[in-house]
Design a protein around this ligand. Structure first.
Ligand code: TYD
Ligand code: MG
Length: 481
């Protein structure tokens, strides 16, 4: 056995030091160092990869590669985010809050991949629990989404018996938490793809600290990396992330893995977004959309149609934003409720929107549109529990607030795509043509954009009426005058 050494690790960012430090020089946090015992690297795959690691510098013209064949997951949304499937020899991290659906997504993927031998290692659930979940997913016809069989089983009300859709014969499951034993199982199964749920529950004998500690996570991830690189078998790791952002573990892993996928959404709503935060084999602009139903995760190919609630034309306080998530148009309804403040300090509450940005928008509205900031409670809600990062939502937020304030509805057939500047100027946004084309396709009558965006647009190409505005007052007058 290799000699053990003691190191100190920052539990926030994973910085390693030979002595205890009061403040981490990497992330600047105080009192985050903890002692962890690490044995010198002795893992099986480390030694094998060391042998392979011998390489000499080559001229770039002489470097050859063959276009690697990706493993298609059979799930369009997942493949889209990956950039067209799983690259052999890659190490992927799927992060997300507990309960968001990470295990469901990967088990579903494992059930759908064809003609591959898979090993699903779980440190969280027993084999029986995994089987029960698989039966549920397969039994309710999920694997046959889009096929006639699934339509029948849905309409019939009672799900078909699990045996109707046989579970794949080449999917092996094992409940295991120690990497050395996982690699023994790998030797017997010889999988084409490995899934590990979750990295926080896995330990290696080479490190003495508890599961989930920075040195354990780093060491285990490195072992899986060596395994993936030496054998060419892709490894999918699940990692938990807490509500307030990323936990130490996944942060440490981000540098090691080839791609970081984040699964997000509000647990109380059905919608889930899969994003690539890092991807060595594809773009990070693509997102995947899912809906969590009783029968597992279902793909959502047309998000805009789903997210727009069928709304009464006479209701005030709602406006539709033409946003883009990555390169994907998403039309989302913004709802606002403005009422007179009962207490001294007015209440502000935003769901799916940044509070500071809401306060800023309200200050702009006070200055430019006579909105009485200090005397009103303002509540804001983005439909579907979705968090929107696109600044193009600003104009819809402002119009929803104004609509509720004056109690006059905005037509559900209007949509908005512009950012607001501090002086009330309506600012241009990226890819405006794509937004207009999507609004046109969805049958909207009017889209409000910045006049700086409107200059380059050939209005005759679209059926939809394009309203170009320069300052927020113009939008206000156009809607409520
Ligand atoms: P899970 O995949 O266990 O989450 P994670 O691995 O990210 O912790 O799934 C979490 C939730 O999803 C669970 O509370 C129940 C729900 N769920 C469904 O709504 N439908 C389903 O078909 C399945 C399998 C789970
Ligand atoms: Mg899980």
């Amino acid at each position: 056995m290799a000699k053990a050494k003691t190191y100190y690790f920052c539990q926030e960012c994973g910085y390693q030091s030979s002595g205890w430090l009061g403040r981490c020089p990497e992330c600047g946090k105080f009192g985050t160092f903890a002692e962890e015992v690490v044995k010198a690297e002795s893992g099986k795959w480390n030694k094998e990869s060391a042998k392979l690691g011998v390489s000499t510098p080559k001229r770039i013209q002489e470097v050859s590669y063959s276009e690697t064949k990706r493993i298609a997951t059979g799930c369009g949304e997942f493949d889209r985010v990956l950039g067209g499937g799983i690259v052999p020899g890659s190490l992927l991290l799927l992060g997300g809050e507990p309960g968001i659906g990470k295990s469901t997504l990967l088990l579903q993927t494992a059930l759908a991949i064809k003609d591959k031998r898979l090993l699903y290692v779980s440190g969280e659930e027993s084999e029986q629990q995994i089987k029960m979940r698989a039966d549920r997913l397969v039994g309710k016809g999920l694997m046959a989404v889009g096929s006639e069989q699934s339509a029948e089983s849905d309409e019939g009300g009672s799900p078909l018996p699990a045996t109707h859709y046989p579970l794949p014969t080449d999917l092996y499951v094992v409940s295991e938490t120690v990497t050395q034993r996982i690699f023994e199982h790998i030797d017997t199964v010889k999988p084409d793809l490995l899934i590990v749920d979750s990295i926080q529950t896995i330990t290696t004998d080479d490190v003495d600290s508890p599961a989930g500690s920075v040195s354990q996570i780093r060491q285990c991830t490195t072992e899986f990396q060596h395994y993936a690189k030496t054998t060419g078998v892709p490894v999918l790791l699940i990692g938990h992330i807490t509500k307030d952002g990323t936990l130490a573990g996944p942060k440490v892993m981000e540098h090691i893995v080839d791609a970081v996928l984040q699964f997000e959404g509000d647990r109380h709503y059905g919608f889930r977004i899969l994003r690539a935060l890092k991807n060595r084999f594809g773009s990070t602009a693509e997102i995947g959309l899912f809906e969590m139903l009783g029968s597992g995760l279902h793909e959502v190919p047309n998000p805009s149609e789903l997210l727009l609630s069928q709304r009464d034309e006479t209701l005030s306080g709602a406006a539709v934003a033409a946003t883009l998530e990555g390169v994907r148009p998403m039309f989302i309804e913004v709802q606002s409720l403005v009422s007179s403040a009962v207490y001294g300090t007015p209440q502000r509450n935003a769901n799916g929107f940044d509070m500071r940005r809401l306060n800023m928008l309200l200050a702009i509205l006070e200055k430019r549109c006579g909105f009485k900031l200090g005397a009103k409670d303002v509540f804001l809600n983005i439909a579907g529990g979705i968090k929107v990062n696109d600044p193009a939502i600003d104009l819809a937020v402002a119009c929803a607030v104004l609509s509720s304030n004056v109690d006059m509805p905005v037509s559900p057939r209007y949509c908005f795509a512009a950012e607001l500047g501090l002086n009330g100027e309506v600012r241009p946004v990226s890819r405006v043509e794509q937004r207009i084309a999507e609004a046109d396709r969805l049958g909207f009558e009017r889209i409000f954009i910045s006049k700086y965006n409107a200059r380059s647009i050939d209005k005759k190409r679209y059926k939809i009426e394009i309203v170009a505005v320069g300052v927020i007052e113009e939008a206000f007058r156009a809607l409520f005058a």
